[in-house]
Design a protein around this ligand. Structure first.
Ligand code: PLP
Length: 761
């Protein structure tokens, strides 16, 4: 009986030892009494007859032409002796067969006859006019296995790959649809569709298109079948965790293929990326990724966005037992089908950074020996850590104060004593004309930016749209997906300077003010925003650059937002002089995270009073109040002014030394590897921004290769959001966090140099 589950083990069954493969009697024990496809066909015919007066839906998943090769004698006779057969004696899967080619052809012919019977019955019952017949499959032809011979039958024509591959030979399927009086007979279409399109298509065909949920991936191709205007499919994405983990995405003629993403029990992950032009190269013979890094980056981004949930490690037991892989994939999907609002969909969509952070998180979970040069965690800085511990002990000992801190909500704006102390400090030290009314605490700087960007940009009265202008890309990836409205950012390319000459291997981004002015001339900029020091590059905008931005913003009556997460007045992880900057139209965002307290989630906004009030209002709506602990830990340091010394005395020397050591390893290993490299001037933060000029692959691909060698980095592509035009430079940089232990960083840089050399030239 075909489809017998107990014969699907790897070795399958074989002829008895010594049996003659040319003697039909040797196969007698493998021939059953009933043929499953015949039984299925009989039941289907019965179903149609019984339901002949009602609307019906018949799903007829025929079990042939799957392995094992089995077919009744009458069908085999049609091909036997005609196909130059050699016996398959078994032992490499499924069942032996004396005439494997004839059996395969006969199975297909019998299936064709069975389907013919169904069609004929529908005609005989007079229901042909209102019955739609669909014939299709779920993957390309099977690879040579257990007697099948796809090369002989040219099952996939010239296409590359077979079932389970994400090359076209594995993906393309026959599709025949017939509907008398509705679909013109004999017509063909080259429209690219995916299985996900069937649901909306079927609903459309039966006049129920309104029943389709809004968030479907599928696009109805009923218009193509019925002769209407077909909406375009922007891309077709597929992924398969089997065969080492694979992804493919197609946009027009371009197709990107990524393989070996997860590895198998026998072969570790070693991701590869290939780009094909299916228009000129349908057989996918020539990988053109190196010639089109911009297209690779675009399609990789799509892949990152489309991949949802986790890569579920394959269940080798189930797969080996022939458990349908698509079912496994389905089981790994989130199951919620509730409808999200437009804003909800935008915010809950799989952003690039979420995919990356997940990927990094999983890599770390799966392998605790990863060298962690990705992510933005600060170091445990001993001098600062001991101060925090002392302060915690003090708080614990102050019973009343401790209880107040833990069991009371602060007002949404923040702790009043903290706000007063901070305003006093900033007035006293820098002469800024601010009071507590200009301050608002948030849950980390991250929330502050979400509030500020969406307050100042997006949709406005009268259909106006406003954007946030980033005067210098690359900029902090954490902003990228914060807009409730799409495309919230406009970014400008900087100029690149070589302060020590080109041979110095140190470059520095400078704001291109002509580009900034032309962006401002668009007339739709709601605010200018920049981080100082910048994550990822470690650039510190010069005092003159900040003053110039401030003047441009003031002229246009818009705010300048300065993100001082690493900068002045604290934590001051900066290695070049830079003045704290404030003006009445400036919004400053500070944070306790890079001081060493990211776990307390404490952000601070310094802003014109209405903006500070709006931020407090958002805090109340989103979270009632903020965490109290961070404010209480640093309160005495704010009151005494000591907080301003922590950076210069403790953090700066610590990180400066780390950066210097890491730069030394970069020079040693990259020069030795013969790579064309440079580092951005390390002026602040704890990142190196590495520029690899002759890469033949994208940094996303390099990231994968490095991850396979246990080094986690962040590919630079993610930091150039908001730039309208492509720029080769965006595919050539990596962000490296150098704050970890020396050995971890040194080994990491060494491996990066090796992999960069392999991928350069
Ligand atoms: N701004 C920059 C430039 C950052 O790098 C970060 C975190 O890495 C943040 C803001 C947000 O940090 P938090 O929310 O921890 O204050």
């Amino acid at each position: 009986m075909n489809g017998n589950t107990n014969v699907s083990e790897k070795e399958g069954l074989a002829l008895a030892s010594g049996a003659d493969p040319n003697d039909p009697a040797s196969y007698a024990s493998f021939i059953g009494k009933q043929y499953a496809p015949d039984l299925c066909n009989e039941r289907a015919l019965k179903f149609i007859r019984e339901d002949k007066d009602k609307p019906f839906f018949l799903y007829y998943p025929t079990t042939v032409p799957h392995l094992a090769l089995q077919v009744p004698e009458d069908s085999l006779a049609e091909y036997n002796g005609k196909l130059d057969d050699k016996p398959y004696a078994g032992g490499s899967g499924y069942l032996p067969h004396q005439y494997p080619r004839a059996a395969y052809a006969a199975m297909i012919t019998r299936m064709d006859r069975d389907i013919g019977k169904l069609v004929q019955l529908v005609k005989d019952l007079g229901r042909e006019d209102n019955t739609i017949f669909i014939f299709t499959s779920d993957n390309g032809a099977v690879f040579p296995l257990s007697g099948t011979d796809p090369a002989y039958f040219q099952s996939n024509g010239k296409l590359r790959g077979y079932k389970q591959d994400i090359y076209e030979g594995g993906l393309r399927e026959p599709l025949i649809v017939s509907w008398k009086g509705h679909i013109p007979a004999g017509t063909t279409s080259s429209l690219v569709t995916g299985f996900e399109d069937w649901f909306p298509t079927l609903l459309d065909l039966v006049g129920e298109s309104k029943a389709a949920p809004e968030n479907l991936d599928g696009i109805s191709f009923a218009p193509t079948l019925l002769g209407g205007k077909q909406p375009e499919r922007p891309f077709l994405y597929c992924e398969f965790h089997g065969v080492g983990g694979q992804q493919a995405v197609r946009v027009g003629d371009w197709k990107l293929v990524r393989q070996h993403l997860l590895g198998t029990p026998k072969k570790p992950a070693a991701p590869t990326t290939e780009l094909f032009n299916l228009g000129s190269d349908p057989a996918e013979t020539t990988d053109v990724a190196a010639a089109h890094p911009d297209i690779v980056a675009r399609l990789e981004k799509l892949m990152a966005e489309q991949h949802v949930g986790i890569w579920r490690p394959p269940d080798w037991g189930l797969l080996a037992a022939g458990f349908p892989s698509k079912l496994l994939r389905f089981m790994s999907q989130p199951t919620s089908s509730f409808e999200f609002s437009l804003a909800g969909r935008k915010l809950a969509a799989r952003s690039g950074i979420l995919a990356l952070m997940d990927d990094m998180g999983q890599a770390l979970t799966l392998d605790p020996h990863m060298r962690m040069l990705g992510g933005g965690n600060p170091a445990v800085v001993p001098g600062l850590q001991s101060l925090v511990r002392e302060r915690m002990a003090e708080l614990l000992a102050d019973t009343g104060g401790f209880d107040r801190m833990m069991v009371r909500y602060d007002p949404p704006q923040g702790n009043p004593r903290f706000l007063r102390a901070l305003a006093d400090l900033l007035r006293r030290e820098f002469g800024w004309d601010i009071g507590p009314q200009n301050l608002a605490i948030t849950s980390g700087g991250q929330s502050a930016f979400f509030y500020l960007f969406n307050l100042l940009a997006g949709k406005f009265d009268g259909g106006r749209q406003k954007k946030i202008l980033l005067p210098l890309a690359p900029e902090y990836i954490g902003y990228a997906d914060q807009g409730i409205e799409p495309d919230l950012f406009v970014a400008c390319r900087p100029s690149i300077e070589w302060p020590q000459g080109r041979d110095g291997k140190v470059f520095k981004y400078c704001i291109d003010f002509a580009a900034v002015e032309s962006a401002l001339a668009r007339g739709d900029i709601g605010a200018i925003a920049a981080s100082r020091p910048t994550n990822p590059s470690g650039n510190v905008l010069m005092d003159a650059e900040v003053a110039h931005l401030s003047a441009l913003a003031a002229e246009r009556g818009i705010p300048l937002i300065l993100d001082n997460a690493y900068g002045t007045p604290f934590p001051s992880v900066m290695f070049v002089p830079a003045k704290p900057f404030w003006a009445p139209h400036v919004i400053l965002a500070l944070s306790l995270s890079k001081l060493g307290l990211p776990g307390t989630r404490t952000g601070i906004v310094i802003a014109p009073e209405p903006v500070a009030k709006a931020v407090s209002s958002l805090t109340a709506i989103v979270g009632l109040a903020n965490g109290t602990i961070g404010q209480q830990i640093v309160l005495p340091w704010i009151e005494s002014g000591k907080i301003l010394e922590l950076g210069p005395k403790i953090l700066r020397p610590f990180y400066e030394e780390k950066g210097r050591a890491a730069a030394g390893w970069a020079r040693e290993y990259f020069d030795a590897a013969g790579v064309d490299w440079a580092l951005h001037a390390n002026e602040g933060s704890f990142f190196h921004w590495l520029w690899l000029k002759n890469l033949r692959i994208t940094t996303r691909e390099l990231y994968e290769r490095l991850k396979a060698r246990k080094v986690l980095t962040v590919p630079g592509e993610y930091f150039f959001f908001g730039l309208a035009e492509d720029w080769p430079h965006r595919h050539e940089c990596l962000r490296l966090n150098f704050s970890r232990d020396a050995d971890e960083v040194r080994e990491g840089y060494q491996i990066i140099a090796e992999e960069a050399a392999r991928a350069s030239g």
